[in-house]
Design a protein around this ligand. Sequence first.
Ligand SMILES: Nc1ncnc2c1ncn2[C@@H]1O[C@H](COP(=O)(O)OP(=O)(O)OP(=O)(O)O)[C@@H](O)[C@H]1O
Ligand SMILES: [Mg+2]
Length: 396
Amino acid sequence: MRIILFSGKGGVGKTSIAAATGVRLAQLGHRTLVMSVDPAHSLGDAFDLEGGLFHGDTSDPKPLAPNLFIQEVNIQREIKRHWNEISGYITSVLRTTGLGDVEAEEMAIFPGMEELSAMMYVNQYRRENRFDVIILDCAPTAESLRFVSLPTTLDWYIKHVFNLQRNVMKAVRPFVNKLGPIEAPPDSYFANIAGLFAKIQGIDTVLEDPAITSVRLVTNAEKMVLRETQRAFVYFSLHGLTVDGVIVNRLLPAEIHDAFFQQWRESQSRVLAEIEAYFAPVPVSQVPLFNREVLGYDGLLTVANGLYPGDTDPSAIRFLEKPYSFARSGDHYEVRLHMPFVQKGEIGLFKKRDELVVEIGTLRRHVGLPTTMAAMIPSKARMEDNVLVVEMRSAQ
Ligand SMILES: Nc1ncnc2c1ncn2[C@@H]1O[C@H](COP(=O)(O)OP(=O)(O)OP(=O)(O)O)[C@@H](O)[C@H]1O
Ligand SMILES: [Mg+2]
């Protein structure tokens, strides 16, 4: 199975490109699901479906064309299905602060729930071998980064906090229930968390396997958009995901001769050249600005025909190299992270338990070290052709 994630700055055309890719994959005979991971769903709109995507009480995949299914995760329904105990507990805590029922329920939907639910579906479909390709239409960059960092964050939480919390609760519950207006979480709350964790187990390995998961960044040929695209590239690499394509959308077509657009076209071609140079060897593809919105199956097919000419298969694997690797080098070990666009000064490194913590700007990644390196500490770091090389040596 393949998973292709479309990400990029707000409004650049992620949903349109993701949907068009789904249309082409289905035509090629792949059982394809296009799934929206963006809480502000617009997948149904891209396919121009009357009344959106929901049919009855379900957010199950909806068949659209031979081999083509689309799905938008309905958070209210997911809460009933997967989050009952957790949101029930949080709601009851919030109610004690004087909030009304509806407000408390609203507030019990916390950031990351949609993404986590989507991830459970991906894992379930993978186990069931239900689709050949799952296309993920992500929210703008910041949220899609939350999506990919969730499994490691949760893993960390379960390892370091969850069991501790559960044991502490067992010990203090008799007192807390007598004392406070706030109830201690019941056992079912912890059971719910453990159950959720089981449902996403293994997804991190799937997301980090370049033979399964690829990230395609959608961008426009504008300087500000390019900067965000570069940051996204770094962050995805930091999380171990492989970016294997950049799609530049809304390029002004050559047949426009209007003086007003002349300058726009010149600046677009400058930025396009920059994009190609920056991201090489990652292939950069182009999509022109159309004379109207790209809506409905036929509109999306037009995009697909330009983006994937002839028998180009969007699910073909282009890169198998992982963004980070571990190796032995002489008397020490090395962690190598593919990090283009990063200045050495922006990088923070430290060791915590058996993990190497890498910070770039405001983002942090815990890289689990193999047992051979777990007792070592980072002694030196250098940039080597877009690769951050961290030397690991024994502590003494
Ligand atoms: N190449 C194009 N030519 C003309 N219109 C386009 C093109 N690409 C996208 N659009 C239109 O631009 C609008 C925004 O596109 P889309 O919803 O795909 O962006 P998005 O990146 O998913 O946005 P969001 O960040 O809000 O999810 C839509 O109306 C879409 O039809
Ligand atoms: Mg979108």
